[in-house]
Design a binder for this molecule. Structure first.
Ligand SMILES: [Fe+2]
Length: 162
């Protein structure tokens, strides 16, 4: 019997196929989310499913709109995630919450639960490197304060990047 995390990862890997960049991103975000769950609380299956599947709309967004912009992923991700979650036997309230998180993972402020904030920060822990000039430590300090939502997210970001 595989764990729920392993099953989610299997589904995500099958879906992304040979797109190792997306697979590795999802795995890295999931690793950070697990770490943040320890200090921020949050609901393990909801956060882990949201982390593994948060960018699952990427390929559909590329196909339909020739864009990987956050807003298209937010539209395309939830229905794909829901199908997988149904197969894995998630409860409908959990599915709703996971899909809500995926639907807003580039739009902070609307959902303010620990589950959302953990996923949001875990994604940023990976993305800071690609989105900002990480050579300027002073700038980076300010960015970390501004971008991250949880105390542990900020602390982990400082540890990784400063
Ligand atoms: Fe992401």
């Amino acid at each position: 019997m595989s764990t729920i995390k392993e099953s989610l990862i299997e589904q995500m890997q099958d879906y992304f196929g040979d797109d190792t960049k997306r697979i590795n991103h999802a795995l890295a975000v999931t690793g950070h989310a697990e770490k943040l769950l320890e200090s921020e609380g949050g609901d393990y299956p909801v956060v882990i499913a949201a982390a593994v599947l948060h960018d699952i709309g990427m390929h559909e967004a590329e196909k339909k709109y020739s864009s990987t912009s956050g807003k298209y992923q937010e539209i395309e991700g939830p229905p794909i995630a829901r199908k997988m979650l149904i197969e894995l036997g998630f409860e409908s309230s959990q599915m709703d919450e996971i899909c809500e998180i995926i639907a807003h993972h580039h739009s902070p402020g609307k959902i303010t639960t620990a589950n959302f904030e953990i996923l949001y920060d875990a994604d940023w822990l990976v993305n800071v490197r690609d989105e900002f000039d990480i050579k300027s430590k002073d700038k980076l300090k300010a960015i970390i304060e501004r971008v991250f939502l949880t105390a542990s997210g900020k602390a982990l970001a400082r540890k990784i990047y400063l």
